[in-house]
Design a protein around this ligand. Structure first.
Ligand code: AMP
Ligand code: SF4
Length: 475
């Protein structure tokens, strides 16, 4: 473990899905991506493999907007992979939309990656120095260049050679002409699981996508493992020595994954309930109702309610149809950005002492506006309870967090944050308490709360760094 205080963050929030042996693999992938929409809403892509030919469809926007029924006739084949992206490295362009498709000496390949490489800058500089021409500004492309230069020709062996040279977080799916290769980094930072669908297989970031396509859960891809899925079956290869302990991203359990998914061996809702129980023990409140900041905090708020005996109410209703680019009602109007997304239920709030439960506070700006909305709806007291410790450090492994300069937990004390939010009391779950909610506390990365980065990071790395490298960089 390295103690490190880097300043800037870059990330790549994504969802990935693969289908092998399905009659209309690309359609199955589109369904799977729909279930993984929460992991990335800016762009999406699908590549299908059909008798050695790769077909592709990509677009900026949501899965339901990008794919039309007529597209699937142009995406034939029994093997396919797909990707949803929230661009945090590289800007939003179609070239930067994954999967990345290339033709190599061993045939066409397509790659979908969730995570971030921490040595992307050095690797890319070295590759460009020796002649590589990059098509995108994604760190993901580095895998393909390293594979193209590998001694081994077979995609499995070339991928293993490449994976051994990169450092950082990756859950990835590689489509070849005859198989899908699914692989996780040695620390197991990002999730990836396998399911059985008819005679074939699927692979997904989260099990909620397996459920939607009707697949049965088989198991997770282990840290450092490569699993080959082809129409003949499934074969596991130990590609790298797994780190011990693992470093699974605890933020997947707190915020990022869906509560109905099983991630890192546990149903996310179960972990969040335990977080809520623990939060109520660490930070009780004299109050009339518990309300969640929907939807990510629902399970934590329910846990808080169960432990404290204070009734859980739906005091805030979320509008789900807010795109990232949605026009705000009046740009300069106070709290408009929050009111577009959340509306208070006045009858529940008026005159009441409220426990407001959220999973995390990052910048504090949304939380502050929400508190004002509750006060205007008549809340008498607001006791803010947070299901994680203060976020003090940015993530370099695939979750989008701002630089330390914008993290309220790095800038202010808890009392100062309480005053900034305008709440009557504020309680953050302790790191010890959070880890106690996990079955294997040692197996989790918690760098954004502790600064203990399991893989050393580059403190000057930024979100758009591969675009700002001067004349040599692809744009
Ligand atoms: P803020 O008050 O501005 O810090 O916003 C806190 C809210 O952001 C919480 O409701 C979290 O659920 C949510 N949140 C936490 N991490 C992220 C992230 N990486 N991307 C988007 N929202 C997040
Ligand atoms: Fe997850 Fe935080 Fe670690 Fe990033 S730093 S991988 S968000 S636990």
């Amino acid at each position: 473990m390295e103690l490190w205080t880097p300043d800037r963050s870059w990330g790549e929030e994504c969802g990935i899905f693969a289908a092998v042996g399905a009659t209309r693999a690309a359609e199955t992938v589109a369904l799977g991506l729909h279930a993984l929409q929460h992991r990335g809403q800016e762009s999406t892509g699908i590549v299908a493999s059909d008798n050695g030919e790769f077909h592709m469809k990509k677009g900026i926007g949501l899965v339901t907007d990008v794919y039309r029924d007529t597209d699937f006739a142009r995406l034939p084949g029994r093997m396919s992979i797909g990707h949803n992206r929230y661009s945090t490295t590289g800007s939003i362009t179609l070239e930067n939309t994954q999967p990345l498709r290339v033709v190599t000496r061993s045939g066409p390949l397509a790659l979908a990656h969730n995570g971030n490489l921490v040595n992307a800058r050095e690797l890319r500089a070295a590759l460009e120095e020796s002649g590589s021409i990059f098509q995108t500004t994604l760190d993901t492309e580095i895998f393909l260049h390293l594979m193209a230069r590998a001694v081994a020709e077979a995609p499995e062996d070339a991928l293993i050679e490449a994976a051994r040279q990169v450092r950082g977080a990756f859950a990835l799916l590689l489509l070849t002409t005859d198989a899908v290769l699914a692989m996780r980094d040695a620390h197991g930072l990002r999730p990836l699981c396998i399911g059985r669908l008819g005679d074939g297989y699927v692979a997904a970031s989260e099990t909620c996508a397996l459920d939607l396509v009707g697949a049965d859960y088989v198991r997770e891809v282990e840290p450092g493992e490569l699993v080959r899925l082809d129409p003949q079956g499934m074969r596991a290869i130990r590609a790298m020595t797994a780190a011990s302990p693992r470093q699974q991203c605890i933020f997947e359990h707190i915020y990022f994954s869906r509560p109905d998914s099983r991630v890192f061996g546990e149903t996310v809702d179960r972990v969040r309930r335990r977080i809520g129980h623990r939060l109520a023990v660490e930070h009780p409140a004299e109050a009339d109702v518990v309300i969640a900041v929907p939807d990510s905090s629902n399970s934590i708020a329910l846990g808080y309610s169960e432990e404290s005996g204070i009734a859980f109410e739906l005091g805030l209703i979320r509008n789900h149809y807010v795109g990232r680019t949605f026009i705000q009602p009046k740009q300069d109007e106070r709290d408009s950005s929050v009111r577009v997304k959340f509306n208070p239920v006045r009858e529940i709030l008026t005159g009441k002492r409220i426990v407001l439960v959220d999973d995390s506070i990052v910048r504090g700006t949304t939380s502050r506006k929400l508190v004002r909305v509750l006060r205007r709806a008549g809340a008498r007291e607001v006791h803010f309870r947070v299901g994680s410790p203060p976020v003090t450090h940015p993530c370099f492994y695939g979750i989008d967090t701002p630089s330390r300069r914008e993290l309220i937990g790095a800038l202010k004390t808890t009392d100062e944050i309480r005053d900034f939010l305008g709440v009557d009391s504020l309680g953050y779950l302790s790191l010890e308490g959070l880890l106690a909610c996990e079955r294997e506390p040692r197996d989790f990365c918690h760098a954004c709360f502790s600064g203990q980065y399991p893989i050393p990071v580059d403190p000057s790395a930024t979100k758009l760094m591969l675009e700002h490298r001067g004349a040599g960089a692809a744009r």
